[in-house]
Design a protein around this ligand. Structure first.
Ligand SMILES: *Cc1c(COP(=O)(O)O)cnc(C)c1O
Ligand code: SF4
Length: 334
């Protein structure tokens, strides 16, 4: 090191890319040739839940189209500030279910670790948009508590890494966590829920693939893709790479008004997923989180969409339509 040079924080290339994400509403509008009249509301809404769009995702948004389905998922808008009855800050009662900090054990056989509070992208409909991540503290110390719970409860055979986005952790920290989980004899499966392979494909590093390939656990990755336009060639090739590690690839979407609430859009998504080797798993009814009411679709509409999907697609291409009900021991079918 040259004398006098301040220490440089070592970031991996993908972390550097992530650091270049657009977080300023003015920059987003400018890059996408959108009218500046959207700025005041965007700024106000971003104060409650910040804007964050990684560049690969930004590149898939059509310019000068206020109705673009990808834009709608990331652009803060005035509707988020409107109070709507029935929409609350913790709609699925996660805080209440968290006996061990950073660990949710609500469903039989499965325990969910909130591995980190950080995300690769900020989705406006996120049910954790008000979640107190500081309290759910995902730091190493908390993993120790979560790991103790996993070790002690032999009924748990699947660990789900969630967050935030667990792949916002560095490979070395993930490896640390994974190796601790692998030492627990009754854990057979590891499931990772992440949006990063989609919003920043380069996050899927060679090291990550090796971690997955070398694990004796059955590995499953659930990517969160809501629209076919989110899948470009880079996403497709990363999915294929993950499949080569022996990881089963599933997708979960949220049914979102103005994004994917049409038969055509859902058909396109399922077909494109399957062509990437990713099986449609869940189609979620929106969790009723404050600030996301404008994304809601009625149950009747949702069921009608599902019926039409059944009539148009191969059976395996139709995701299960579910909703999370606070206090239930699994997702409920609609
Ligand atoms: C959704 C969820 C799971 C996983 O449920 P599956 O139906 O197995 O996908 C596990 N734990 C919690 C707390 C969840 O919210
Ligand atoms: S990636 Fe998931 S947890 Fe993060 S903001 Fe989007 S929906 Fe929420």
């Amino acid at each position: 090191m040259i004398q006098g040079t301040p220490p440089i924080l070592q970031l991996n290339p993908w972390q550097q890319s992530l650091a270049q994400s657009v977080t300023d509403p003015a920059v987003l509008l400018d890059r996408l040739n959108l009218p500046l009249s959207l700025l005041p509301a965007a700024r106000q809404a971003a104060e409650l839940f910040g804007l964050k769009v990684p560049l690969p995702y930004l590149s898939r948004i059509k310019k000068a189209d206020i109705n673009d389905p990808l834009l709608r998922q990331v652009l803060p808008i005035g509707e988020e500030l409107v109070h709507v009855d029935g929409f609350s800050h913790d709609p699925v009662a996660d805080q209440a279910a968290m006996q061990t900090p950073g660990l949710l054990h609500k469903y039989h056989g499965r325990a969910l670790i909130l591995a980190t509070g950080a995300c690769g992208i900020h989705c406006r409909y996120c049910f954790r948009r008000h979640f107190n991540y500081a309290e759910a503290n995902p730091a190493r110390q908390q993993w120790q508590q979560a790991l103790r719970h996993l070790r002690a409860d032999k009924t748990i055979n699947e660990v789900i890494l969630s967050g935030g986005d667990p792949l916002s952790l560095s490979d070395s920290r993930l490896a640390e966590l994974l190796h601790e989980i692998e030492k627990i004899k009754h854990i057979k499966r590891l499931r990772i829920h992440s949006r990063l392979p989609v919003v920043l494909p380069e996050r899927v590093t060679t090291h990550l693939c090796e971690l997955l390939s070398n694990s004796h656990l059955t590995t499953i990755m659930v990517v969160h893709i809501n629209h076919a336009q989110e899948i470009d060639n880079s996403v497709k090739s990363i999915c294929k790479q993950l499949l080569k590690t022996g990881t089963q690839m599933l997708n979960q979407s949220v049914l979102l008004s103005g994004v994917n609430d049409s038969v055509q859009s859902l058909c396109n998504l399922s077909e494109k997923l399957v062509d990437c080797g990713v099986m449609p798993y869940y189609l979620h009814q929106l969790d009723r989180v404050a600030g996301a009411a404008h994304f809601e679709i009625s149950d009747q509409q949702a069921l009608q969409l599902l019926n039409e999907l059944h009539s148009r697609l191969s059976g395996y291409m139709v995701p299960r339509l579910v909703r999370e009900i606070a206090g239930e021991t699994g997702k409920s079918a609609l």
